[in-house]
Design a protein around this ligand. Structure first.
Ligand code: NAD
Length: 416
C-alpha cells in the first residue's frame, strides 16, 4: 500500500465518521474526539538477530476510543506499516465493534518488518519484544490484540506467553487468535468468510434471489476469499470467477472450488497453474449476482464502477470501494454491504474467544456459528433499516450504527 493510499484511507474514514456524527445530531466536539485515536504509542524494539547483530524495529499501537470498553484489534507485521495506516485501521475497528455491538472500542498495531525475511527465532524475539514495549497500555481489560496481515496463531502464542510472564499469571484473554490448545476458539480461522457468507444470505434475501445457483465472483483467494468460495460452493451457489494477485479464472458453469482449494499455495495463489485466464479488471466487470472483493483496497473506483454488472457487492476486504464509487454503485441500484459490516466475522469470533477465556468454558463450533449468525444478522438489519429510513447509502448507514454506541458512551461518561 502506498503512502497516498493510506492517507486516502484515513481521510475517507474521517469524512464518513464526520457525516455519520452530524446526521446523528452530534456537534464538532464529538467529531474532534472521534476523528482521531485517543492514544498512539510508537515503540523502538531492539532485537538480537541470528547473525549476532542488533536491529531496531519500529512498532505502533493505536487505541481509537475506550468509552465503550477495552480496545481490540490486530497486529500486522509488514514493511509498509506506518502511523497513518495504524490510526485508520484502529478507527475502522471501532466501527466494526460498534455495528456488532461488542463491548469494545477499536485498536490496531503493527511492526515495520518483513517476516518473510526473518527466521522463526527472530520472529519470536520480535513478538516478545513488541509485547514488552507496549505492555503498559495493553491487557485483557485494556486493549486486546489479535492476528492481522502476516501474523498468525504462533505469534499470538508467543505474545500471550510473554504477557503472562510479565504479569506473573496466565493471561489467555490478553490476545485472541491463539492456537486451540492455548484457549483459541473453534471457528476462528474461517470466521471472516463465514460472516461474509451470512451477509450474502441476507443481501440475497433483500433482492429476492435464491442462493442455490446464484452466480458469485470473488476477487482474492487467500484466507477470506478461499474459505468463502468453499462455503458458497457447498451451499450450491455457482462460483464463476476467482482471482489472485496474478490473474483471474472464469467459467460460466462454475469453477471446481475443491480442486482450486487443494492446489492453491499458502499465499492464496493458484491462477499461475492455468493458461486460460482473464485479468482482475475483467473479473470485476463479469455479469454475476454477487461480487466479493476479498483482496486489497481501492479496487472499485470512479474509473470502473460503471462497468460493474453485479446486483450485490459484499466487501470482504478492507476499503475495496472508494467513496466516489460507493455513490456510483448505490445510484445504479447495486446493494453494497460495506466492509465494516461484512468483514466483522473475525472480530466477533475473537470476542467469543475472549469471553470463553474469561469464563474458562469452551463452546462447540456449532455454538460459535449460531452466535456469529445472530450478531451479523442483527447488524445487517440495523444498517439496512437505517439505509432505508434515512435514505443514506449503506456505508454511511453502517458508520451511523457503528459510531452511535461509542458517542453515547462518551456522552454518559461526561467526556464531551
Ligand atoms: P490473504 O493475504 O490471505 O489473501 C489475499 C488474496 O488477495 C490472495 O489471493 C492474493 O493473491 C490476492 N491479491 C493480492 N493482491 C492482489 C491484487 N492486486 N489484485 C488481486 N488479488 C490480489 O488475505 P486475507 O486475510 O484473505 O485478506 C483479504 C482482505 O480481507 C484484506 O483486505 C483484509 O484486510 C480483509 N480482511 C481479512 C480478514 C481475515 O480474517 N482474514 C478479516 C477482515 C478483513
Amino acid at each position: 500500500m502506498t503512502a497516498m493510499d493510506t492517507n486516502d484511507m484515513l481521510t475517507a474514514t474521517q469524512l464518513v465518521i464526520e457525516e455519520a456524527l452530524q446526521k446523528l445530531g452530534y456537534g464538532q466536539d464529538m467529531i474532534d474526539l472521534l476523528k482521531e485515536p485517543m492514544r498512539l504509542l510508537t515503540v523502538r524494539i531492539p532485537i538480537r538477530m541470528d547473525d549476532g547483530t542488533t536491529r531496531v524495529f519500529i512498532g505502533y499501537r493505536s487505541q481509537h476510543n475506550d468509552a465503550v470498553g477495552p480496545t481490540k484489534g490486530g497486529v500486522r507485521f509488514h514493511p509498509d506499516v506506518n502511523e497513518i495506516e495504524v490510526k485508520a485501521l484502529s478507527i475502522w475497528m471501532s466501527i466494526k465493534c460498534g455495528i456488532a455491538n461488542l463491548p469494545y472500542g477499536g485498536g490496531k498495531g503493527g511492526i515495520i518488518c518483513d517476516p518473510r525475511k526473518m527466521s522463526f527465532r527472530e520472529l519470536e524475539r520480535l513478538s516478545r519484544g513488541y509485547v514488552r514495549a507496549i505492555s503498559q497500555i495493553v491487557g485483557p481489560t485494556k486493549d486486546i490484540p489479535a492476528p492481522d496481515v502476516m501474523t498468525n496463531s504462533q505469534i499470538m502464542a508467543w505474545m500471550m506467553d510473554e504477557y503472562s510472564r510479565i504479569r506473573e499469571f496466565d493471561s489467555p484473554g490478553f490476545i485472541t487468535g491463539k492456537p486451540l490448545v492455548l484457549g483459541g476458539s473453534l471457528g476462528r480461522e474461517s470466521a471472516t468468510a463465514r460472516g461474509v457468507a451470512i451477509m450474502i444470505d441476507e443481501a440475497l434475501r433483500k433482492k429476492g434471489i435464491p442462493l442455490s445457483n446464484a452466480r458469485v465472483v470473488i476477487q482474492g483467494f487467500g484466507n477470506a476469499g478461499s474459505y468463502l468460495a468453499q462455503f458458497m460452493y457447498e451451499a450450491g451457489a455457482k462460483v464463476i470467477g476467482i482471482s489472485d494477485v496474478n490473474a483471474a479464472l472464469y467459467n460460466e458453469n462454475g469453477l471446481d472450488i475443491e480442486d482450486l482449494m487443494d492446489r492453491r499455495d499458502s499465499f492464496g495463489t493458484v491462477t499461475n497453474l492455468f493458461k486460460d485466464t482473464i485479468s482482475n479488471e475483467e473479473l470485476l466487470s463479469l455479469d454475476c449476482d454477487i461480487l466479493v472483493p476479498a483482496a486489497i483496497e481501492n479496487q472499485i473506483t470512479a474509473d470502473n464502477a460503471d462497468n460493474i454488472r453485479a446486483k450485490i457487492i459484499v466487501e470482504a476486504a478492507n476499503g475495496p470501494t472508494t467513496l466516489e464509487a460507493t455513490r456510483i454503485v448505490t445510484d445504479r441500484g447495486i446493494l453494497l454491504v460495506p466492509d465494516v459490516l461484512a468483514s466483522a466475522g473475525g472480530v466477533i469470533v475473537s470476542y467469543f474467544e475472549w469471553v470463553q477465556n474469561n469464563q474458562g468454558y469452551y463452546w462447540s463450533e456449532a455454538e460459535v456459528d449460531m452466535k456469529l449468525r445472530e450478531m451479523m444478522v442483527r447488524g445487517f438489519n440495523q444498517v439496512y433499516e437505517l439505509h432505508q429510513s434515512r435514505k443514506v447509502n449503506m456505508r454511511l448507514a453502517a458508520y451511523m450504527v457503528g459510531v452511535r454506541k461509542m458517542a453515547e458512551a462518551v456522552r454518559f461518561r461526561g467526556w464531551v
